[in-house]
Design a protein around this ligand. Structure first.
Ligand SMILES: *[C@@H]1O[C@H](CO)[C@@H](O)[C@H](O)[C@H]1NC(C)=O
Ligand SMILES: *[C@@H]1O[C@H](CO)[C@@H](O)[C@H](O)[C@H]1NC(C)=O
Ligand SMILES: *[C@@H]1O[C@H](CO)[C@@H](O)[C@H](O)[C@H]1NC(C)=O
Ligand SMILES: [Cu+2]
Length: 163
């Protein structure tokens, strides 16, 4: 009986450790768009594309748009509207005291612009792709860890049920 309890205890520890590992792999990330610049007219027109290209976005990740000076808007637009800097009428208006948090829901390409004055033409626009999985591209080992986790959980549950 003592060795059975020892085995169950051991399984529970392993399951807990693996559960921690898989949770870490799939954790959502929060981004401050533009880092310390925030959402503003950038110093050059490649500023936000450079910012976005250094990251890989997944569903569940959260983007926060905030401004330190002046008024700007966050407008979700189509690709054509993004390219033409179309002043769409549906947007969220930001003030230094009002930031905007947006959780990326679907795996697709997002197009976001500011509709104030000529800010968009000056580079206050951002486009990026959200990948279709919550796991990093090279995740074969993460997937096998998850599978092992399910197997061990099932094993542990049948042990506990049996005894
Ligand atoms: C805006 O971004 C700056 C820089 O990351 C941060 O320190 C500040 O707390 C943010 N403000 C709001 C209202 O979110
Ligand atoms: C754009 O501005 C950023 C921030 O000042 C700078 O790091 C980057 O090199 C600039 N890019 C170009 C193409 O000038
Ligand atoms: C805020 O915006 C105004 C007008 O564009 C500008 O003159 C001023 O330098 C800005 N202040 C900061 C802290 O960026
Ligand atoms: Cu703006």
């Amino acid at each position: 009986m003592a060795s059975r309890m020892g085995l169950i205890g051991c399984l529970i520890v392993v399951v807990a450790l693996l559960n921690g590992a898989t949770t870490q792999v799939t954790a959502a990330v929060e981004y401050q768009v533009g880092d310390s610049l925030g959402w503003a007219v950038p110093p050059n027109t490649s500023y936000y594309s450079t910012w976005a290209s250094s990251k890989t976005f997944f569903p569940g990740d959260k983007l926060t748009f905030n401004v330190t000076n002046g008024t700007h808007t966050v407008a979700m637009v189509s690709e054509a509207e993004y390219n033409a800097c179309t002043k769409v009428t549906s947007f969220f208006e930001l003030q230094p005291s009002v930031s905007f948090a947006y959780t990326l829901e679907t795996a697709s390409t997002y197009y976001i612009i500011c509709t104030i004055s000529n800010h968009c033409e000056q580079g206050q626009k951002i486009s990026f792709k959200v990948e279709s999985t919550g796991l990093p591209p090279n995740s074969a080992s993460s997937l096998s860890v998850s599978a092992l986790f399910v197997v061990l959980t099932t094993t542990a549950i049948s042990f506990l049920t049996y005894f």
